[in-house]
Design a protein. Structure first.
Length: 259
């Protein structure tokens, strides 16, 4: 990976990001407990066509921790603040899992700043589903580090190497349990249905065929009936890691979609 490590001073504190390439701006937002390095296997290829900026969300990676609880809309405001700091008027946004929640919030709250939105591995859940699984959620995000036995089944065979596990656990340790749980609360409390209704930018939905989010595809298609859905075969919750080539192809396809 040839991306540059950089920091930006924003209205929401210092934000760390990786940047590479030139062309239309593509902002990438990682899943919970991760960092910009979640996209390390796709940045070089994407940078051949786009100005790629992958952030560390506030409270995770090397970005500053928010002074209070951040909602999905607060994180969306932070992305806009980063865009302002970098002189980016409009961008396409891709967000994975909690990053998908932020991307939808951004589209609803700052429509004029968005060219298109990639909603990646984002599961639509009712409050009942959230509540029933919350004990497991708390356990997942308060137990660090994780082992290859835990991480391995979440990725395509051979992807969870010892070196990858080191990166995985470094990122989880940087974020810490509190910031990770706050991000989960942001997703749980997000009025995503209201924000789907307010979304005007073209949306592209990307699932892994073996990921948890594809089970909510019907709800997504009801919420965004005009959004094309791309399912990446033999990929789990991290398609950008499982199959970088297929993930890049899905992003390229999304850039052919206009209003």
């Amino acid at each position: 990976m040839h991306a540059n490590d950089r920091f930006a001073e924003t209205r929401h504190g210092r934000i760390h990001y990786l940047e590479a390439g030139a062309g239309p701006a593509l902002m990438l937002m990682h899943s919970n407990g991760a960092s910009a390095y979640e996209y390390e296997f796709v940045i070089d290829e994407l940078a051949k066509r786009y100005r790629v900026i992958a952030w560390d969300m506030p409270g995770q990676g090397d970005s500053d921790t928010p002074p209070r609880f951040f909602s999905a809309h607060d994180y969306a405001d932070a992305i806009v603040s980063l865009m302002d700091s970098l002189g980016i008027r409009k961008a396409s946004i891709g967000g994975s899992s909690v990053g998908g929640s932020i991307a939808v919030a951004l589209g609803a709250r700052h429509a004029s700043r968005l060219e298109r939105v990639f909603i990646i591995e984002y599961p639509i859940r009712t409050e009942k589903v959230w509540a029933e699984g919350w004990a497991r959620t708390e356990k997942t995000w308060t137990h660090t580090p994780q082992t290859l036995e835990i991480v391995g089944p979440r990725l395509r065979a051979g992807k969870a190497t010892p070196a990858f596990l080191d990166r995985w656990n470094i990122d989880r340790a940087k974020a810490g349990p509190k910031n990770c749980l706050n991000a989960m609360w942001a997703m749980r409390l997000h009025d995503v249905e209201g924000d789907f209704a307010a979304l005007t930018a073209p949306a592209i939905v990307i699932y892994g065929s073996k990921g948890p989010a594809v089970a909510t595809r019907a709800a997504m298609e009801k919420a965004l009936p005009k959004a094309p859905v791309i399912v990446l075969e033999d990929c789990g919750h991290f398609p950008m890691i499982d199959d970088p080539g297929a993930f890049v192809a899905a992003i390229d396809k999304g850039f052919t979609i206009t209003r």
